[in-house]
Design a protein around this ligand. Structure first.
Ligand code: HSE
Length: 306
């Protein structure tokens, strides 16, 4: 028996559409055990609502992408996979823009590589994960940890430890396909220049750990103006947190989760203000108070902890 733990990811980071992503300290854990036939079970210990997914081994986190990923790696190695029981402790909300399906792909590849005695390097796994999942800005940080800029290869960027993240997940899903369908198929030159500048400033801000540059960089004209319309609470939350000293707020991946970046010093104050607004409005939302995950996917030979 062994366990693979994979972090949630915040893709795009505002202006870095389809390019930047970061891993955060919220996890799905996958416990693998040899069995007589394949099965996928969700543990009731997980915080994520997976009720819509519990229909046996042909569905689940990432719609069985876990087994697809394992099989692809075994095929690549010219071997056949033994049947497995996989128990999932899912804390990452599903279809909320936190890379839940990427965790399934990454866990499947890490598990298969372990069962095959590690013939593949992490860059091989990443290449296959990108092919299978289609979103390098989720799978790259999920596998490697930290902040990753992906362009054929992953480029790792630092994240200042004194910057933290609040994720706010509404109780409604936004499917990535739908959130991509609403985007225009071409971009006007002025918007392309805007995003080019902002994404470049984002890189500078991370390399220099510069909060003012970071705050100035987190703006986008390629996807967020369209996707915001799918998240009714976005504007009120943004107004509150920016007035209270947050570094910035973005849509996490394709939504519906919102990610708020803030300096640790305002932690208690910001959390209280945010929870006050959510309670006053009666919004059913999950708030996760997170830091960067710098380790990425981890395999351990023990059963998962609490
Ligand atoms: N970059 C992708 C998008 C991420 O925003 O559509 C999907 O998780």
């Amino acid at each position: 028996m062994f366990t693979v733990r994979v972090p949630a990811t915040i893709a795009n980071l505002g202006p870095g559409f389809d390019s930047f992503g970061m891993a955060v300290s919220l996890y799905n854990r996958f416990q693998f055990q040899q069995a007589e036939r394949d099965s996928l079970v969700f543990s009731p210990e997980g915080a994520a609502d997976v009720s819509a997914l519990q229909v046996g081994c042909d569905s689940g986190v990432g719609k069985n992408l876990l087994f697809v990923a394992m099989d692809r790696l075994f095929e690549k190695a010219g071997q056949s996979r033994p049947p497995l029981q996989v128990r999932i402790i899912a804390d990452i909300p599903v279809a909320r823009g936190l890379g839940s399906s990427s965790t399934a792909v990454v866990a499947g590849l890490i598990a298969a590589n372990h069962l095959l005695n590690q013939p593949f390097e992490s860059l091989d796994l990443l290449e296959l994960a990108v092919t299978l999942e289609g979103h390098p800005d989720n799978v790259a940080p999920a596998l490697l940890g930290g902040v990753v800029l992906y362009d054929e290869l992953p480029y790792r960027l630092p994240w200042p430890l004194e910057w933290r993240v609040l994720t706010v997940s509404p109780n409604y899903e936004v499917l990535t396909e739908e959130a991509r369908r609403i985007l225009p198929t071409s971009v006007v030159m002025a918007d392309a220049i805007f995003n080019l500048r902002k994404a470049s400033v984002l890189t500078y801000a991370l390399l220099r750990e510069d909060p003012d540059a970071f705050r100035a960089s987190l703006h986008d004209r390629m996807h967020q103006p369209y996707r915001r319309q799918l998240i009714a609470e976005y504007e009120a939350i943004e107004r509150l947190v920016m007035a209270d000293g947050a570094l910035g707020m973005i849509i996490s991946g394709s939504g519906s989760t919102m990610a708020i970046f803030y300096p640790t010093v305002i932690h208690a104050f910001l959390l209280e203000k945010l929870q006050g607004l959510i309670q006053a409005e009666g919004w059913p939302m999950i708030v996760n108070d997170l830091s960067v995950d710098t380790e990425g996917a981890q395999l351990s030979l023990a059963a998962p902890g609490p």
